[in-house]
Design a protein around this ligand. Structure first.
Ligand SMILES: [Zn+2]
Ligand SMILES: [Zn+2]
Length: 391
């Protein structure tokens, strides 16, 4: 039987290359040959966790796409494709979460809502053990359960999209971060009470953090027609490049400013604060100042600190002043849905108009180059590292 390789995380900045038989699909699943897999900020976080007790080396990679090479007899009924019937040879992009559909969270919030399901599984996650098959133990069949491998077994109840022929696989591999940005923006879209909250053509929006999620958030806000987009960061070169990609009207380097100066500067530029402030920085202390930059009746969305596991921030915020006094709406992006992913996927199909491709600054072609690429994760010129397999 033919064998193939996958990467599993062993320890701090340490992976091992494992080899297993290319799996036969389960009756209700299918197998893809990976074409592209992107490195997520959370993968970089996982790789940097020191002294993290691991029982075994786990599958890694949740931002990936590939070509269907085999299908179980019930796969087309049980794998949920948004745009047509699946067949061998199709390239597909994948929503990396599978929910159970019958726990309290699924029944209350709907199936496919990640973060809500008590038994939720993510491809390439962190040592989950949901059942015999849905786990991150590569020694267990079907072995290939993360994007950083030559194959991935796609299980029943996974949501997928067929990739149009002219769309590069590396663009499709950006689906997950694009959907995070989409959900961040969409939470501010809801006209909460009709007092000119939400997003309109007169919105002044602020995005904190010029990383991949910040850039995509900016791209979406601009496409939705906000009047002003302000982007803040701590590095001139990163800000300049992010501005080129997302079309921010103003960029502000806040590195050498105090908290008060930052809030004052953004309040001045936006004419009273951001109607929508989306914090995509991975620095817990940024949350306070970003909330303070939010305008009266504005919306604050917390995105970037989802992976700040290693921080134990002790933050002080004048709650009555910042939230009550300005009636701001505070939310985050922990839950997401396949429906938001669908809107993100459709945006990615506009890749000829929107420069998603330029976000891929570190493309590599071998699994062996995963760690060297992760090591560049904090470089000035790094936005997104993507593995593409060349035939
Ligand atoms: Zn991700
Ligand atoms: Zn559930």
């Amino acid at each position: 039987m033919a064998k193939a390789k996958l990467l599993a995380v062993r320890d701090y900045m340490d992976v091992e290359m494992l080899e297993y038989d290319i799996p036969e699909p389960m009756e209700d699943g299918l197998v893809i040959k990976v074409e592209a897999a992107a490195i997520c900020g959370s993968d970089i976080g996982t790789m940097h966790m020191k002294d993290y007790p691991r029982e075994f080396s786990g599958n890694i990679g949740h931002e990936f796409c590939g070509r269907v090479v085999s299908m179980g007899p019930k796969a087309s009924e049980r794998v949920r494709c948004y745009n047509g019937e699946l067949k061998v040879g199709d390239r597909i992009a994948v929503y990396p979460w599978i929910t159970c559909g019958h726990c309290h969270g699924c029944l209350k919030h709907g199936e496919g809502v990640c973060g809500a399901c008590e038994n939720g599984f993510i491809y390439g996650g962190d040592e989950m053990q949901i059942n015999e098959y849905l786990n991150h133990d590569p020694s267990k069949y079907p072995h290939f359960k993360g994007g950083f491998g030559e194959y991935v077994h796609i299980f029943a109840n996974t949501y997928v999209w067929k990739i149009p022929d002219d769309m590069p696989s590396k663009i499709a591999a950006l689906l997950d971060p694009c959907a995070v940005a989409m959900r961040a923006v969409e939470q501010a879209v809801t006209p909460l009470c009709g007092l000119h909250e939400g997003i309109s053509t007169t919105t002044h929006a602020v995005v904190v953090g010029p990383g991949p999620i910040g850039i995509m958030t900016g791209m979406i806000l601009k496409r939705m027609g906000v009047e002003q987009l302000v982007l803040t960061g701590r590095n001139d070169n990163k800000l300049k490049r992010a501005q080129e990609l997302c079309g921010a009207d103003v960029v502000v380097n806040v590195r050498d400013m105090t908290l008060e100066e930052r809030v004052e500067k953004i309040t001045e530029i936006t004419g009273g604060g951001g109607d929508v402030v989306i914090n995509c920085a991975s620095a817990p202390e940024s949350s306070i100042e970003a909330m303070m930059m939010t305008a009266f009746l504005g919306t604050y969305v917390e995105v970037g600190n989802a992976a700040s596991w290693t921080h134990e921030p002790k933050l002080t915020l004048n709650l009555p002043d910042v939230i009550y006094g300005k009636n701001i709406h505070v939310t985050s992006v922990v839950a997401n849905t396949s429906k938001t992913f669908d809107r993100a996927f459709r945006l990615l199909t506009k890749w000829k108009e929107i420069p998603f491709e330029k976000m891929i600054t570190h493309e590599f072609h071998r699994l062996e180059d995963f760690i060297p690429t992760v090591a560049h994760g904090h470089d000035e010129d790094y936005i997104k590292g993507v593995l593409t397999f060349e035939d």
